[in-house]
Design a binder for this molecule. Sequence first.
Ligand SMILES: Nc1ncnc2c1ncn2[C@@H]1O[C@H](COP(=O)(O)OP(=O)(O)OP(=O)(O)O)[C@@H](O)[C@H]1O
Length: 596
Amino acid sequence: MIPVRAEGLLREFADAGVLAPADVHVALRLGRLGSEQREPVLLAAALAVRGVRAGSVCVDLATVADSVVPDEDAPPVELAWPAEWTALEDSPVVAVGVDAPWRPLRLVDGLLYLDRYWQQEQLVRRELDERAARPAPAVDLTGLDVLFDGPAPDLQRLATAVAAGRWVSVITGGPGTGKTHTVARLLKVLLDQPGPPPRIALAAPTGKAAARLQESVLEQAAAVGLPLDLTASTLHRLLGWRPDSRSRFRHDAGNHLPYDVVVVDESSMVSLTMMARLLEALRPTARLVLVGDPDQLTPVDAGAVLSDLVHRPAADGAGAGLPDDARDAVDLDADERRQLRNGVVRLRVSQRYGPGIAGLAEAVRKGEADRVLELLDTGAELTLEPDTAALEERIRASAAELRSAAESGDAERCLALLGRHRLLCAHQRGPAGVATWNDRVGRLIGAVPGEWPPGAPLLITANDYENELWNGDTGVVVRTDDGLRAAFLRGTGPDLVPLSRLSAVHPAHALTVHRSQGSQFEEVAVLLPPASSPLLTRELLYTAVTRASRSVRIVGSEESVRAAIGRQVVRASGLRRRMDPPGGAQGTRGARSPLA
Ligand SMILES: Nc1ncnc2c1ncn2[C@@H]1O[C@H](COP(=O)(O)OP(=O)(O)OP(=O)(O)O)[C@@H](O)[C@H]1O
C-alpha cells in the first residue's frame, strides 16, 4: 500500500515499484523533522533507505539511476530522475563531508548514507587503517618449512606468513582450497612463538558454520599439533548477547574480548554492523584473520565487508614488511599483488573438485558467459537442460535409494546418500522455488503432505541449542527399533534425534542457494528462474556451482545463464574508496561527482 500523503517524485517512484512504503515513510518523516520539503532531497533520502533494504550501506547518486530497475508488475513509466542533486548540499537534514557535524543523512564523495551506516563504516575504516599503520607483530616464521613442504610457490604458505605478520589479514578462496588447512597451520605458528601462548577464538556468523569450523580445525589438530580443546562459536556468542539489544553486545570498545587471535570463517556472510561490533571489541593488539569466499552470496543484512576488503585500493606505504615468501610468489597477477599489500591472499586450487567444476566456477566468477555455456555443453558432468524431465528421473532414483536405506535403519548410508544429490533453487516461492519443488518432489515419491516418512530429507530452520542443531543443518528420517528418528551428521558418525524433539523443521528435497552456502554435494542440480528474476546473479550461480564436487546440472535457459553471469550483486559502500578529510589528497578522488 502506498502512503496517501506521498506526492510528486516520491509517489511516482513508489508507483513504479522502486520505493517501498517504508522508504517513503522514513523520507517524509525526516523531511518533517528537519523542515526539508525539496523533492530531490526527499527522494534521495528514500533511496538511501531503499539501498539499506537491498543490502547497500549507502546510495551512490552518480549511478543510482542506472542501477534502479522499475517493478515488472508496475505500468511502464519513464522515471523523472532529478537532473542534479545539488539541493542536498545545503539541506538541513544532510551533513556534507567527513567532518561535518551530525545530521540524519551524510553525503561524502557522491555517496549518501543514513547516519548509522556512515558511523559503522567509519568505525570499520578507522579500525582497519589503524591496525594497518601499526608496526607489524614480530613473528618467527622458521616453522613454515616443516608445516609446508610442498612445491614452491605455495599460496597456503604465503597466506600463513601474511596472516602471522599482520594485525588484520584475509584468506580467501573457493570451497576446498585449503583455507582451514592454512588456518590450522597459522595457529600452530602462533602457538609456537616464544612467550605465553596466544588466546585463540574461532568464530563464524552462523551456528552451522561455527560447528563446521570447529570440526575441520579439530580434524587437522592432531596432524599439526594443535591443542584439542579449541572450540568455535557464533560471532553473536563470542561478542556476548545482551537481552536489551539486538545490535549491541557485552564485549565492545569499553570491554574488549580477551583474545590475542580471532579467526572468523565464512566471513562473506558478515554484515557491516557485525564487522563494526567485532572490530571495536578487539583489543588493539589482537590479530584478526578473516576467512571466506568473497565471490559467494552476500550477507542478508547491509554490507559486503569481505568483498570490500578484497577490492580496496592498497593503502599508501602498504606492503612494507611483506614476508620473504611474497618475493617468491612469482605467479601473482597485478591484482593479487595489490591485494597482498592489503593482507589478502586468495588460495586457488581446490582439493575437493576436479578440473571440470573448477573451470566452470572460474568462468562464472570471471563473468565469461560464452565459456560457461561451452563448458555446459561438453559432457555428462556439466549440463544445461531446458526442461526438468531428466532432473525428475534423477530425483526419483535418489529418493528410492534413500527410502530403502532409511527403511532398513542404515543411518550412515542415508547421510552419505543425502550428500550425494541436491536440488537448489534461487527462489523460495514461485514455479521454480523451493516450496513448489518440495511439494512436487514429495508427490513424485508418493509422500503424504505433513508426514515425515523414512528417507525424507529435512532442514533445521532455527538454532536448537538443546539438540546442538543449527539453522541450516540438514538430516534425514530413518526407521529405527525405537521408532522414526532424524539422523544428522556429527563428526564422522550419525546422531539420532526423535522427531518429536524437533521444532523448527522443513522438508529439504530442495534448498535455496542461500541455504546451501557452506554445504557440499557430489551432484548439484540448479533450477534457474526466468532471466528477468532479480535474484539471478553471478554470485548466486557461482555459489550454486561450487556446492558440487562431481557434477552440475543446470536446468533453465541459455538466456537465464547469461542473465545470471551478467548481473553482479552491487552493494554500494564507501569502504572500497579512500576518503580523507577535506583538504586531504583524496577529497573527491575517483568519484564522478553528481553534484557538479
Ligand atoms: N596442502 C594440502 N595438502 C594436503 N591436503 C590438503 C592441502 N590443502 C587442503 N587439503 C585438504 O583438502 C581438503 C579441503 O581443505 P580445507 O577444508 O582446508 O578447505 P577450505 O577452503 O577450508 O574448504 P571450505 O570452503 O569448505 O571451508 C581437506 O581435506 C584438507 O585436508
